[in-house]
Design a protein around this ligand. Structure first.
Ligand SMILES: [Zn+2]
Length: 249
């Protein structure tokens, strides 16, 4: 009996200098993507983060007024671990982010400020595969980011941005969706794995509220097998990798 063919992932585009990652919540990038970011910043590339919310509705035992600033601090520390110093928050409301022109405009503005060639976001589809339902915030931000990559280059869609001095940026060449169930590309993340672990561990208050397990055991148990599994579909198959579904522009 022959094994089913596992399609091989292509190498991520390499000819870029600036990336902007746009996600809904603190920890969205750390659950699987930050090993790639560590490798990219090691190579001298610039990566900035934009978060639609401060994740203030993320911890059941903590009210949003206290939770938001705490999670913002955790996110900034987490970004620093993988060489990212610019972290911005768009102040949409956690849990009820609305897909629409306001969100697209805020993300287009961020793209114009940072002028990235590569934009990264998180799974914008209804599920994580099978019947595991995605959250409306991820769907809204992922979709709006895919849209905003085009909006950022069009002078007439959000003319108020140009009036604010944000000139159109038509230089986004790819939007790469992390956490996609139908990835097309991957990047070797072996050298970033330890920092990815430490980076997710910076979300300590969140993780401690989430699980009774020892935080480091939980984080390693989540990140490492996943990256190894992805790596089987990439390169020689024995190094951890991070996969993306790449939408060229
Ligand atoms: Zn999230």
């Amino acid at each position: 009996m022959t094994e089913p063919t596992i399609s091989q992932l292509q190498p991520m585009p390499d000819d870029w200098q600036r990336a902007l990652a746009v996600v809904a919540h603190p920890d969205d990038l750390e659950y699987g993507c930050s090993a790639a970011i560590a490798c990219w910043t090691d190579a001298g590339r610039e990566v900035a983060y934009v978060l639609a919310t401060r994740g203030e509705a993320g911890i059941d035992t903590l009210d949003p007024e206290r939770c938001g600033p705490l999670r913002e601090r955790e996110q900034r520390a987490s970004a620093r671990v993988v060489g990212v110093s610019e972290v911005e928050f768009l102040d949409h409301r956690d849990g009820t982010i609305e897909y629409g022109p306001a969100l697209r405009r805020d993300i287009a503005a961020a793209i114009r400020r940072h002028r990235p060639e590569l934009v990264i976001t998180l799974n914008h589809r209804d599920t994580w595969g099978g019947t595991h339902w995605n959250t409306p915030d991820h769907v809204a931000v992922g979709r709006a980011t895919l849209d905003a990559a085009g909006d950022a280059g069009n002078r007439w869609i959000f003319p108020e941005l140009t009036e604010q001095g944000l000139e159109p940026w038509d230089g986004v060449r790819w939007v790469a969706v992390a956490g996609s169930q139908t990835p097309t590309h991957a990047v070797d993340a072996a050298d970033g794995m330890e920092r990815a672990v430490r980076s997710l561990l910076e979300h300590r208050a969140y993780i401690e509220a989430l699980t009774d397990e020892d935080p480091e055991t939980y984080v390693r148990g989540f990140l490492i097998p996943f990256a190894r599994e992805t790596g089987k579909r990439f390169g020689d198959g024995d190094r951890p990798a991070v996969a993306f579904e790449v939408f060229p522009r």
